[in-house]
Design a protein around this ligand. Structure first.
Ligand SMILES: [Zn+2]
Length: 301
């Protein structure tokens, strides 16, 4: 009765990887218990999630074709587009789709290159096309994660122009250049072939900068702002909660999952460490948490 925060399945979002190159679900080595799904396995897997009490999903795609310009990210029969249609047809889940190009480019960067640098403006054009193709496939919400300047405003305009003004944007506003993404890159096959993403992700030593980024995204029309990762950045979530009234999503990333999951599996930590860690993110001020524990938590609450 007096608890100040709760874990509520309505507030959890389960990330899902769908792999166009796989014939059957493939376990992600770096993330015990997590599988790359296939288009064929997706309906059953979604059924299992619904059964567990999961309400919302965040889709990531692993395409069979990658090129310099990441063109498979906005094809009508692309892996995410196909997955959105399946999820909408087979379930009542809220379907959110990650919007970036790093899984689709041969070099693994989040946009189109000009020399060795990502070219912000031509990348925005592609982001607009991806957003429109997701919306046409029936997505409920898009989540741009590439951290290009002006991406939220550009995507908002692209959606509005094509009649999708009712599709909200969950913006990865404060996304840090974090080592915590390591296991995900193994899952999504998206390690950059050269360089890193530090020119467009935030410096882990900074906090005020995060508030500036969030304010930008809200000005550009973001409906939900996001802090990523979550556990090492609880202070950022808390500060954002105090500074902004918009809904805040926190992404408890693959590294957070793997650290806790492996320690629990080994018996070094009690399973309540999972609840405690996710609850701490809500306590810090998040309205919703994207976590690979969403299925586990929804089932075991
Ligand atoms: Zn990316």
């Amino acid at each position: 009765m007096i608890a100040e925060s709760h874990i509520d399945p309505n507030k959890l979002i389960m990330p899902i990887f769908v792999d166009e190159t796989a014939k059957k679900p493939v376990p992600v080595q770096s993330m015990p218990g997590i599988y790359r799904q296939t288009v064929e396995s997706l309906p059953d897997y979604l059924g299992q999630l619904v059964e567990s009490g999961v309400k919302s999903i965040l889709l990531f795609g692993i395409p069979s074709e990658k090129d310099e310009k990441g063109t498979s990210a906005y094809q009508e029969d692309g892996i995410v587009q196909e997955s959105i249609r399946i999820a909408r047809k087979e379930s009542k889940l809220t379907v959110i789709a990650d919007l970036c190009m790093c899984e689709y480019t041969s070099h693994g960067h989040c946009g189109i290159l000009n020399g060795e640098d990502v070219d912000n403006d031509s990348t925005l054009e592609s982001y607009g096309m991806i957003a429109q193709s997701y919306a046409k496939s029936g997505v409920h919400m898009v989540a741009p994660s590439g951290m290009m300047d002006g991406q939220v405003g550009f995507i908002r305009e692209s959606l509005d122009r094509s009649g999708f003004h009712n599709i909200p944007i969950m913006a990865y506003s404060a996304k840090y250049a974090s080592a915590m993404y390591g296991p995900f890159r193994n899952a999504a096959d998206s390690t950059p072939s050269f360089g890193d993403r530090r020119t467009y992700q935030m410096d882990p030593r900074n906090s005020r900068e995060a508030m500036v980024e969030i304010a930008h995204d809200l000005n550009e029309g973001a409906d939900i702002i996001m802090v990523k990762p979550a556990l090492p950045y609880l202070d950022i979530i808390s500060k954002a909660r105090e500074s902004f009234d918009a809904p805040i999503a926190a992404y408890s990333v693959s590294g957070e999952y793997t650290m806790i999951k492996m320690a629990v599996d080994q018996g070094f930590l009690a399973p309540s460490a999972i609840d405690e860690s996710i609850n701490s993110i809500f306590r810090a001020g998040a309205d919703m948490v994207i976590t690979y524990f969403a299925e586990y938590l929804s089932k075991n609450l």
